[in-house]
Design a protein around this ligand. Sequence first.
Ligand code: TPP
Length: 582
Amino acid sequence: MAEKMIMLGNAAIARGAYEAGVKVSSAYPGTPSTEISENLVQYKEDLYCEWAPNEKVAVEAAIGASISGVRAMACMKHVGLNVASDPLYTVSYMGVNGGLVLVVADDPGLYSSQNEQDTRMIARAAGVPVLEPSDSAEAKEFMKTAFELSEKFDRPFILRTTTRLAHSQGLVELNEREQVPDKLYEKNIAKNVMMPGYAKLRHIEIEKRNNELSEAANTLSINKVEMNDTKIGVITSGIPYEYVKEALPDASVLKLGMVNPLPKELIKDFASKVEKLYIVEELEPVIEEQVKSWGIMAVGKEIFTIQGEYSANMIRKAILGEDVACNAPAQVPGRPPILCPGCPHRSVYHVLNKLKFHAAGDIGCYTLGAVAPLSVVDSCICMGSSISSLHGMEKAKGKDYIKNWVAVIGDSTFLHTGINSLMNMVYNHATGTVMILDNSTTAMTGHQDHAATGKTLQGEDTNAIDIPNLCRAIGVKNVVEVNAFDIERLEKVIKEETAKDEVSVIITKSPCVLLDKSKKPVYIAHEDKCKKCGMCMKPGCPAMTKNEDGTIRIDDTMCTGCGLCESLCKFNAIELVKAGDR
Ligand SMILES: Cc1ncc(C[n+]2csc(CCOP(=O)(O)OP(=O)(O)O)c2C)c(N)n1
């Protein structure tokens, strides 16, 4: 009997890739997709997987592997697909040799993202087919289906997931890895060299293939009709299918496993058999607009929101005006996001705040420098944008305007796309100051390695890109490295570098506090010496609280011994004690 396991959606996707015979996977971390690669690496005897510096590179690496004739994949979060959209639109014309699947994780409800975009819209625009599983078992199986269909129809495929699927667990049956022979590589410039003459012809070909695929979608087993009471019919897919089954157990359901292209005949047939048709899909009305454009009456976003995650209760309430039988919303206390105790970013922001500086921000743990009490970060758009937006400000308002501004960016984000923006500053006579907050990891997504950490996803030692030398190599003359906790020197360096009429890069070095899990010495506050000046509280360390009389207490279960509070106390009221001495 086949072994069964409870698996996270992302682990099931990795297992599906393994079973489908994938040979190459490239990815850039991004919640909620990161664990796919972290799980895939357990199969490294049979396949190669890597972290790429960004999603465009990851997709291009996967395309290269596909051209060479093996099954290949790239994984990313929804906004990663924007970064990779340049190759996406064109590989859609090219098609594949070995099967090619991009796994893209959307984030309805914005649990960890800067927007709520819907991958299905991009896939439609690019003419790329999309499969959407509803649970872990399907996630694994759909990976295999995606590779089969990719090769059969000569199309790259997207497997779309959402946070709820990626991060919930379900029962999965394990199967053997398919032994998929490599496809022969044959030079074919009309298919693989997308210059206008060839691309024009490929566009027509792709139209044809997509039409064939939509025809085939009418009979694909992953598009399933579950006929029940015909008063209410629901077309749905992905995680909302699970909600629909709970909310409306008696309704008839058309569950779409392929959400682009849609099975038009199947939908028409289903619609004709039910009295009232609803379309339940999170985010954009992608299915709804197409169905309505075919003249089919349906109710969708008139009663459902385009924002956030759905739930069984919300669906039942919208359709029947009543709650599901057991509606017990989780009672989870709200917790504002906050930098960890001992985070080196806090110390940098403390200095910037003291100097009354503004920062053009970026995406990473350090985005939290926007909120009180640090309140330094003024903007955050997308990865890499801090440096380029600071540059734009200078070009708009002149160099004096940005004298009390810096761009702040993490090491992983700098290598992702920040480097291009820095090149632009050097090239176009900018004078701004960029601070690279180098904590030696991609902390925000859970400590993934990157090109400057010296380790690969597969755990091998490798060249670590030298960030200071990289900056010098592209022409930055002022590159200064500072320990993030040396606040005196940091203040001096920030003042010096921002006063210059040249581009400067300040690299604040200190590893993410969570990388080293050993028990460290901690600080204690001596109440008798404390003058209640409040200086040590300014950076907002969560380990520090006030006693009723206004003196300070340090929670030794939280303190990591970073020493920022000690360096702010002028009265020697804060002292380092050895681990276990309290
Ligand atoms: C295009 C894109 N890809 C991935 C992500 C997910 N993500 C958010 S921040 C980040 C990198 C954080 O690492 P780093 O810049 O080193 O900062 P840290 O969190 O370590 O402070 C990643 C991968 C994203 N938001 N956008």
